[in-house]
Design a binder for this molecule. Sequence first.
Ligand SMILES: NC(=O)c1ccc[n+]([C@@H]2O[C@H](COP(=O)([O-])OP(=O)(O)OC[C@H]3O[C@@H](n4cnc5c(N)ncnc54)[C@H](OP(=O)(O)O)[C@@H]3O)[C@@H](O)[C@H]2O)c1
Length: 338
Amino acid sequence: MSTYVAASERYDSIQYRRCGASGVRIPAISLGLWQNFGTDAPMERIREIAHYAFDQGICHFDLANNYGPIPGAAEENFGKLLQSSFKPYRDELFISSKAGYLMWPGPYGEWGSRKYLISSLDQSLKRMKLDYVDLFYTHRFDPNTPLEETLQALVDIVRQGKALYVGVSRYPHDAALKAYEYLKESKTPCLLFQDRYNIIDRMPEKEGLLDMSKEQGAGFISFSPLQQGLLTNRYLNGVPEGSRMTKRDTSLPSKVLTPQLLEALRGLNALAERRGQSLAQMSLSWLLADPRITSVLIGASSLAQLKDNLKSLNNTSFTAEELQEIQRISAPIQLFDR
Ligand SMILES: NC(=O)c1ccc[n+]([C@@H]2O[C@H](COP(=O)([O-])OP(=O)(O)OC[C@H]3O[C@@H](n4cnc5c(N)ncnc54)[C@H](OP(=O)(O)O)[C@@H]3O)[C@@H](O)[C@H]2O)c1
């Protein structure tokens, strides 16, 4: 029996931004469950972070079939949360999932075939004990499957009532453009384009993906807005035990932390301090200041991090000098995995 009762003032402080030309608004800050919500995280902490997020108006939770560890565990844990506390609030929640990366062995367990996407979403719904997700994404571009096959599977998923909207994640420019056009013609327009974008990873800006989503009437949700924790005070004075960088099979190997990057992060941190912000807050505020960004999709391994990050909403204005300094510091940075 659940004892959770959502805060009555939950919609009073956070902003909600419209996803492109759609009728849907999502919070300016959304919570992602890629890491910190799998089998390696205590359920108590998962519950604490998710409850606090919802109490602050973060009603968009982003998942994918493979989020864990182990793959599927984040959806399973979110399913438990839905059962134990969020069930009465289902219609207030905007839940997304995705398929694209390796989920099960054999030729149908990854990429973009109709066979994979449809069976994967069925599995996700079972894990979360949901009848439908609000948004279903193609998680990555599949160069070996006709784009029409992937996109038509998304359209059919919506027609079957298993998702209300569709989204596209990590597509290169030309494939993204074709996807927008196909989905629009099929009367199932792309709701959100999801890509990594932050102070030190400007690729979507350089490739025109940010402007394209706006022109095409889709929203843009930026994932890893803190570059997995680099754009915080986490690594400024060494690599702390328990941080993402120290985890087994980490997505953030220590080789990324070059002396050049560390120097840049320290420069950004000094600027954040002059603004009266933490580096995490300034990094999120910088994104929130861009009208092309619908939402920043954060991760958090503790309640304290989530609280810190939410304060980014309080100061989203930058002087021209501050923006120039951010540009000067970040421009020379070369990231290892782009
Ligand atoms: N579409 C895609 O292909 C794709 C790919 C990646 C992510 N995503 C989505 O984006 C979401 C967020 O990604 P992400 O987790 O990489 O985002 P992120 O916000 O860039 O990084 C989160 C990590 O940063 C650290 N952190 C967060 N706030 C902090 C603070 N205030 N102070 C110090 N450290 C802080 C924590 O690291 P520690 O764990 O070290 O504490 C936390 O786990 C994912 O959950 C997922 O939903 C999508």
